[in-house]
Design a binder for this molecule. Structure first.
Ligand code: AP5
Ligand code: MG
Length: 217
């Protein structure tokens, strides 16, 4: 199965991609996670990406396209993959299509997680992440038992650097301007399906599983 999970920041792409990956035994390929990991390790990629990410701008196409072209050739992607946060521009979508052609593979489906502005604002401003183990919490939806302490490993919780309000505003604007036009692109390719992103995490998963089943995936 080769899928794209699409949607604005906070729609739940990462959350659902992880669950889908576990269910179908295929990797979640998240450009955001790959870039954050590079920043943590202080690699040249991380150093280049950090400035863009901190202000909620897109990392240049050539950088993320290079990451994805390499990643899709890894063995674990042979059975399929779930793209989370890529593509985000028309140029990225075109590069993906070429890369898949070279690998003689085809994209099965693009699932757009649809969600209203108020809800995604709460999800993003409420998110807290463990600085050590990466476990995610949310002060509105999944409160830690003790304020700012990770239930899993006892370390401190922090906000993602780009979850500050001004940066969220910028991420949402960039989504509207540069990423949302991809809906038309995949609609034309007849690949686009939409899942309502409201409701708790398991109920959104159910809607996505249903779409996949209806499409014989
Ligand atoms: P990236 O990491 O992709 O972030 P994003 O898409 O902007 O935002 P999120 O990851 O927050 O959204 P999500 O849809 O994954 O939601 P999540 O499941 O986490 O990108 C970060 C940056 O990297 C970009 O700004 C850019 O700079 C750069 N970048 C990455 N890819 C790039 C590319 N292709 N090109 C150029 N630059 C790129 O959920 C959010 C929160 O809500 C969590 O707390 C979660 O627990 C909670 N939640 C999820 N679902 C539910 C639910 N159903 N009910 C209640 N809470 C929920
Ligand atoms: Mg994400």
């Amino acid at each position: 199965m080769r899928l794209i999970l699409f949607g604005p920041p906070g729609a739940g792409k990462g959350t659902q991609a992880k669950l889908l990956g576990q269910r179908y035994g295929i990797p979640q390929v998240s450009t955001g996670d790959i870039l954050r990991e590079a920043i943590k390790k202080g690699t040249p990629l991380g150093l280049e990406a950090k400035g863009y990410m901190d202000r909620g701008a897109l990392v240049p196409d050539r950088v993320v396209i290079g990451i994805i072209e390499e990643r899709l050739q890894d063995r674990d992607c042979a059975k399929g993959f779930i793209l989370d946060g890529f593509p985000r521009t028309i140029a990225q979508a075109e590069a993906l299509s070429l890369a898949l052609k070279r690998l003689r593979r085809d994209l099965d489906c693009v699932i757009n997680i649809n969600i209203d502005h108020e809800e995604l604002w709460k999800r993003l401003t409420g998110r807290r992440v463990c600085c050590k183990c990466g476990e995610e919490f949310n002060i509105y939806y999944k409160k830690p038992s003790q304020d700012n302490i990770c239930d899993k490993c006892g370390s401190g919780l922090i906000q993602r650097d780009d979850d500050q309000e001004a940066t969220i505003e910028n991420r949402l604007r960039v989504y509207k301007e540069q990423t949302e036009p991809l809906l038309g692109y995949y609609q034309k390719e007849n690949k686009l399906k939409t899942a309502a992103g409201q409701g708790d995490i398991p109920s959104v998963s159910q809607k996505i599983y249903q779409i996949l089943e209806e499409n014989g995936l």
